[in-house]
Design a protein around this ligand. Structure first.
Ligand code: OGA
Ligand code: NI
Length: 360
């Protein structure tokens, strides 16, 4: 596969514009095959079926009993779910609300303003409406905005929105806070894997880790039973911190053959393991498939913050996690190479990380 991506294969249609113009039907391009539709599997909405909620207050405190109990909860959640929510995480709840609200306002700006930020598949930065460049692909019911925080060499504030006023400063502060939080979490994961606390961060490239944000905008959909806001996928990067909509649920996580609809806790982040941590941990931790459903009467906004390895270093299982009993499952691959798959073919469940394994 060449590193040079061509442009979008077809003219881009903003899902938000479709949502505003269509009243009771959706274009065929957004209709999923019957096996992928939300109604074809059961989903549950009771507390026993929610992903674990972990209170991080005390993780870095002096009380060892408290911190080891938190570490244990994280360890269990990583093994059993690959997904959990965190509260008392140290990020100012007011900042979380303001940032989500500013993004909502951005998506409500006039279309000609947003179009100034239209993205291309070369870097994906900016305002976009599809993931993948296959001509004729069935598309997801969402628009998004994608931007880089780290490495600093990729951070280009000219590609960030300049409206609503002062949003860049706010988005910048949000990025700094989330990088710190991700650093604390990968430390916890390293300890839980029986490794030196710095190992994962160093494997990610230390000072040169990657961090980026995808803000998802899911407009109202007149036929939510036929479409998906985001098709099933695992996140290709290291770890994701999702700030979900404060009012509208939509994220579903795969648990065996069921799709569990996540019930967000107030001011919590939803954390999930990405493919690169699956590779580094030699599959002790696994990335988990998830998708987003839409609904007919409410739009939804979510912010997915991705903490990724430096993109040009080979990522492979950490030495200490490769043993006679547990040989290395994955050949080395850079994240640049790895993410070409999703950027070309779009979201496809866990097919990429699974194909790596069988190709070895
Ligand atoms: C993502 C993602 C979930 C959501 O952006 O990768 O899984 O709830 N988003 O929007
Ligand atoms: Ni995701």
């Amino acid at each position: 596969m060449s590193k040079e991506q061509p442009d979008w294969p077809e003219p881009i249609v903003r899902v938000q514009s479709l949502s505003e113009s269509c009243s009771d039907s959706i274009p065929e391009r957004y209709i999923k095959p019957s096996t992928d539709r939300p109604s074809s599997t059961s989903s549950n909405f009771d507390d026993a079926n929610n992903i674990p909620i972990i209170d991080l207050g005390g993780l870095s405190g002096a009380d060892h009993r408290v911190s080891s109990s938190i570490l244990e909860q994280i360890s269990d959640a990583c093994k059993e779910w690959g997904f959990f929510q965190i509260t008392n995480h140290g990020v100012n709840p007011d900042l979380m609300d303001r940032v989500r609200e500013a993004w909502r306002q951005f998506f409500h700006l006039p279309m000609e303003v947003k179009q100034q930020y239209a993205n291309s598949p070369k870097t994906y930065e900016g305002y976009g409406s599809r993931l993948g460049i296959e001509k004729g692909a069935i598309l997801d019911w969402s628009d998004y905005y994608y931007l880089h925080y780290l490495p600093l060499s990729l951070k280009d504030c000219n590609k960030w929105p300049h409206l609503p006023p002062q949003c860049r400063e706010m988005f910048d502060e949000y990025g700094r806070e989330l990088v710190k939080l991700c650093g604390r979490l990968v430390k916890a994961l390293s300890i839980n894997l029986g490794l030196d606390e710095k190992i994962l961060e160093n494997a990610f490239g230390g000072e040169e880790i990657g961090a980026c944000l995808r803000v998802n905008f899911y407009p109202k959909c007149p036929r939510p039973e036929l479409a998906l806001g985001l098709s099933s996928h695992s996140d290709p990067g290291g770890m994701t911190m999702l700030l979900p909509d404060d009012e509208v649920p939509g994220l579903q996580v795969r648990k065996c053959d069921n799709w569990i609809t996540v019930k967000p806790a107030r001011h919590a982040f939803i954390v999930n393991i990405g493919d690169q941590i699956q590779v580094l941990s030699n599959a002790i931790y696994k990335s988990v498939e998830h998708r987003v459903i839409v609904n007919s009467d409410k739009e939804r906004v979510s912010l997915a913050f991705f903490y990724n390895p430096k993109s040009d270093i080979p990522i492979k299982p950490i030495k200490k996690l490769v043993t006679m009993d547990r040989p290395s499952l994955y050949p080395p691959m850079t994240f640049d190479e790895y993410r070409l798959f999703i950027r070309t073919r779009g979201p496809r469940g866990k097919s990429q990380v699974e194909s790596l394994k069988s190709s070895k």
